[in-house]
Design a protein around this ligand. Structure first.
Ligand SMILES: Nc1ncnc2c1ncn2[C@@H]1O[C@H](COP(=O)(O)OP(=O)(O)OP(=O)(O)O)[C@@H](O)[C@H]1O
Ligand SMILES: [Mg+2]
Length: 329
């Protein structure tokens, strides 16, 4: 999803005079980012939260990094893309969002990141980050997309550090900033390679830089939209392992949008299946298979079959079976 992904990645940054040169170039390259970066994201704020409870009637939990209740989104005057979507992401939890093409996964991710803020978009519902109403992109939320969207005139280290000095970010001095960049590069296996330019990076290395750029913000929540789908199978498997490792070591939480059932099973603590028109969360699985999950092919296959059956039902418009909700393996 290069178009919206690029815009959303850059919209997470805030262009200010200190980054004017880079900002100008970015705006030239990605004009959609300007609109997203400067418009208000207040539609999902507390004043619209009439009851402060999720669809299951639970009060917002401080144990959750993110809690969304009854989210609905429509583009223009059209029918909602998704409606009445409620979900939560626990601290240090990896949640995978699966669903057929066009069911609204990327749109939902943008709403959760508070990035879906054009005048042509109608949203409603309640969104909370650590129990507080979210009205703009949170500085402890970071985004990774299918395309690494690196700035070609900056080396890897500068790409990773880009945005750290933006007004929306907590203030840190230059030395701490540089240390954070080195730590993030090292965490993704690119120690000593910060001087390379995007044109000198392989696809896998570029996506590692994109991950480091997310980590450098010390996120409590990583929102990732098909971050590995453009990579070859071997690099992809390495990156899946790296993502799980990073989430555990950096004590962040993650929402990973993916088309790939195996990726969801290997990576997720929980899997949500989105489907229907308008899109809704129709099934949920808690994955209790010990890691590394490849070591238990019987359990992985059983879960894969169950997810495939559910996907098939959703695609053919069959109602999800209530008794199968919260299926655990
Ligand atoms: N900016 C937009 N303006 C109008 N319609 C949009 C916009 N972005 C997405 N849509 C529509 O919303 C629906 C959901 O799109 P979205 O990209 O969220 O789906 P998705 O589940 O991420 O699909 P995929 O798996 O192919 O990436 C689609 O019908 C799409 O055409
Ligand atoms: Mg998408």
């Amino acid at each position: 999803m290069p178009r919206s992904g690029t815009a959303a990645t850059l919209a997470a940054y805030e262009f200010n005079p200190r980054s004017l040169e880079a900002g100008k170039k970015a705006l030239f390259m990605f004009p959609a980012a300007a609109r997203l970066a400067t418009t208000d994201c207040g539609r999902m704020s507390a004043e619209q939260n009439t009851h402060g409870v999720d669809s299951a009637g639970q009060a917002p939990s401080p144990g959750h990094v993110l809690q969304a209740s009854a989210l609905t989104l429509s583009y223009g005057a059209g029918k909602p893309v998704f409606s009445d979507v409620s979900l939560h992401i626990g601290q240090q939890e990896i949640v995978c969002l699966l669903g057929g093409s066009g069911c609204g996964k990327s749109s939902l991710l943008r709403v959760l990141g508070c990035l879906e803020n054009s005048d042509k978009v109608q949203t409603s519902g309640d969104l909370q980050f650590l129990g507080q109403a979210l009205s703009e992109p949170h500085p402890r939320t970071a985004l990774v997309f299918q395309q690494p969207s690196l700035l070609p005139w900056l080396d890897a280290a500068k790409n990773v550090g880009f945005g750290l000095d933006f007004a929306s970010q907590p203030k840190i001095d230059a030395q701490s900033s540089s240390q954070r960049v080195q730590d993030a590069l090292s965490a993704v296996g690119l120690d000593g390679q910060g001087g390379l330019y995007p044109s000198e990076l392989s696809g896998g290395m570029a996506q590692r830089v994109a991950l480091a750029r997310a980590l450098v913000r010390e996120p409590m929540l990583l929102l990732a939209d098909e971050p590995f789908s453009a990579l070859d199978a071997i690099t992809r498997a390495e990156m899946q392992e790296l993502l799980v490792d990073l989430v555990h070591r950096w004590k962040t939480a993650a929402l990973l949008v993916t088309h790939d059932i195996d990726e969801a099973i290997l990576v997720g603590d929980r899997i949500l299946l989105m489907g229907g028109k308008p899109g809704q969360i129709v099934r949920e699985w808690r994955v209790n298979i010990p890691r590394p999950r490849e070591a238990d092919p019987v359990a992985v296959t059983a879960l894969r079959l169950d997810i495939l059956t559910a996907l098939h039902s959703v695609r053919h418009g069959l109602a999800p079976q209530a008794e199968a909700l919260n299926f655990s393996i």
